[in-house]
Design a binder for this molecule. Sequence first.
Ligand SMILES: [Zn+2]
Length: 419
Amino acid sequence: MLPDKDGPGVGGGQSSSEGEDPSVGLFREYLRLRTVHPDPDYDAALGFLGRMAEELGLPMKKFEVCPGRVVLVITWEGLNPVLKSILLNSHTDVVPVFQEHWKYDAFSAVKDAEGNIFGRGTQDMKCVTIQYIQAVRRLKAEGRRLLRTVHLMFVPDEEVGGQKGMETFVKHPEFNKLNIGFALDEGLANPGEAFTVFYGERNPWWITIHCPGSPGHGSRFVENTAAEKLHQIMNTFLGFREKEKQRLNTSECLTLGDVTTVNLTMLKGGVAYNVIPSEMDITFDLRIPPTVNLQEFERQIKAWCKEAGEDVTYEFAQKHMNQNMTSTEEKDPWWRAFSGACREMNVTLEKEIFPAATDSRFIRAVGIPAVGFSPMNQTPILLHDHNEFLNEQVFLRGIGIYERLIAELASVPPCPGEA
Ligand SMILES: [Zn+2]
């Protein structure tokens, strides 16, 4: 409800500059909250966001989805609250830092002479949280009332898999009650002029393959050893990795999200220098595009294991089977609103499959279309990296982009079948 000029009430703003845009001040304040794993200060984030709800004059609900893990929802009711709503999702947690590799303290939100703001979460994704809030604040200050309800959702634990956050919450009856029609969630920076938008995600499969074999003395040619089977498995998987890498490198229209990545991440086995082990295990991290036939791919893995030995088995620590992709066709009303608004703002979009995983996968899994979009162009991709930063001008432009996107999405006329 408060207009921008009232200021965000920057607490602890000792390194805020005179005459700084209040949105930048608010962003820097939020960056200083240490919501960092392994022990995120969620209370600090909840306190801050509670204050935001008060400033916006909007109701807020808290859902403790797991002990100590709260999902917070701020709701701006639309003129027709029966219609499907728009979800603006962001996560409050950030990944750890290696402070010795940072130019500045990762939780001081230092802004340099070029206006680059340094801090963990500047890109992933505290920027988006503040941009959503400021965009809604502006729309309200302009006296706008939108047709559809808008929910701002703040979730914990995305950076450790979302099991105690979004994955649990999407199954909660309270999530259902939000009646979401379309969701915005995080994307990635784009170093060029364009902005990247993600309409699907690869499926992470974490697989361990057990290779049993005949044990024996390390001085002999023992037949049927675990290592021979492991050798074959390793060659097959890494051979496939090479083929996918070539495919990515030789085709200009493919991005990382369009190919399967394979990485050997763990090897286990052996007890002594001179004892041939009775089992060796090998673990791979596979990321598979949603366009791949997953059943067929698993049959392929089964066949590779069989070729290495009849007794070679495998198990999954993680195996996502979600092939939902959000429509990016002009006939889709949500996409038409999203892409149309971008066109009018001269925001050029590059459509991609997200190479890693975000909470969007849980949203899509319950049948809700979602796009991953963080409005950062002309910005190197530094999520989870040292010296993560975002320029204040890019950040400020993003507020305007969201202002327009939210207004358009929440004005999509009732679809057939909607009240
Ligand atoms: Zn993130």
